[in-house]
Design a protein around this ligand. Structure first.
Ligand SMILES: NC(=O)c1ccc[n+]([C@@H]2O[C@H](COP(=O)([O-])OP(=O)(O)OC[C@H]3O[C@@H](n4cnc5c(N)ncnc54)[C@H](O)[C@@H]3O)[C@@H](O)[C@H]2O)c1
Length: 332
């Protein structure tokens, strides 16, 4: 009997043995189409019987990096599952996938600790204004250029989107004696909230000393932090974003930093990565990282294995283990 065909879009870096082991249950192909046009032709040719795709976060120009409606229309009818490597899956149009009967999985959970470590680093780095202190030292001025900064203790941390990463940031922040509150579309159970106060979106903006963005990017959340949202915040608020750049209107953030409405910011993600608004690069009140939330060996290996486990489940049981929230109603 022929084995189901699985296509890798991108590269396996750490879990090569686990990927190879999938060949017990599937025929494995690695996409070698070099342009988008060639890829679309290959989808009607050598990939026309693919049943499941392992999809990696890649540079936008790579064929298959962005799974948009145009590409989804070109996918073969045999394709039923897309297993994405990443907790954020905004590069996959899940609504268009659903219309074509394709179910998508992501990697919740495995990303939480590493990304929360980066979030906590940015909260502390922004509050304590470590970046100007570091540059002062390197300019030979010792701590003469280091501002008098702020302590985390007793500050209210507002978590917008308290899922896996938001909850892990909450736990870390409480170790620094911060007071935690959150806003989600629905309140969490008492067990999951674990003492964090549930507040409305506007209340979170108005009463938080530090705002951590940990919600997914989609049509509803794009630019949710805009000029109007900044106007509702406390003067001198600190903004930390480890979610997706386009959650914030970057120009509005630059303006809010210039007016000192926002005292400091810590950012791991940007609207037009890898380009960064020059107003952020120039501002020493902003601590910047180049999207390194999950960039550790342990976490990346765990993520790859989680995707491989989803592919295995697709092939052997015709179901995914980590179905994205938008598709859960389709599989029950
Ligand atoms: N910087 C990085 O390297 C990195 C790494 C992993 C994930 N991420 C980003 O972090 C995001 C969160 O990841 P996660 O694993 O915690 O996801 P998650 O699904 O566990 O949590 C997201 C939370 O946001 C909430 N939410 C959804 N819409 C909301 C809204 N409009 N307002 C408030 N809350 C809302 C959900 O209810 C959920 O609780 C991902 O979508 C991804 O884009 C970034």
């Amino acid at each position: 009997m022929t084995k189901p065909h699985v296509l890798l879009l991108g590269e396996i870096v750490h879990a090569k043995a686990e990927w190879e082991a999938l060949s017990e249950v599937a025929t494995l192909s690695v996409c070698d189409s070099s342009t988008k046009e060639e890829f679309i032709r290959d989808l009607a040719g050598k990939y026309s019987d693919v049943m499941a795709v392992y999809h990696c976060h890649m540079k936008d120009a790579k064929p298959g990096a962005i799974i948009n409606k145009e590409l989804i229309d070109a996918l073969p009818p045999s394709l039923k599952f897309i297993c994405h490597n990443g907790a954020g899956y905004d590069m996959v149009d899940v609504n268009a996938c659903a219309k074509k009967g394709i179910i998508v999985s992501n990697t919740p959970g495995t990303v939480s600790d590493a990304t929360a470590d980066v979030g906590m680093f940015l909260i502390l780095g922004a509050l304590r204004e470590f970046y100007p202190a570091m540059t002062s030292l390197r300019k030979g001025k010792w701590n003469m250029g280091a501002p008098i900064s702020r302590d985390p203790e007793g500050k209210v941390l507002g978590i917008l989107g308290m899922g896996g990463i938001g909850s892990a940031i909450k736990r870390r922040a409480e170790g620094f004696d911060m007071i935690t509150q959150y806003h989600n579309p629905e309140p969490l159970s008492d067990e999951l909230a674990a003492g964090a106060k549930y507040v409305s979106f506007d209340e979170l903006l108005a009463t938080s000393d530090v705002i951590s963005l940990n919600l997914p990017l989609n049509a509803q959340t794009r630019h949710i932090i805009n000029k109007d949202a900044f106007a509702k915040m406390k003067d001198g608020v600190v903004i930390v974003n480890t979610a997706r750049g386009a959650i914030i209107d970057e120009q509005a953030l630059v303006d809010a930093l210039e007016s000192r409405k926002v005292r400091c910011a810590g950012l791991d993600v940007f609207e037009a990565e890898p380009q960064i608004h020059p107003g952020l690069v120039a501002n020493e009140k902003v601590i910047l990282l180049p999207h390194v939330g999950t960039r550790t060996y342990e976490t990346q290996k765990k993520m790859e294995i989680q995707v491989i486990n989803n592919v295995r489940s697709a092939v052997t049981e015709a179901k995914l283990l980590n179905v994205v929230p938008e598709h859960i109603s389709l599989v029950h």
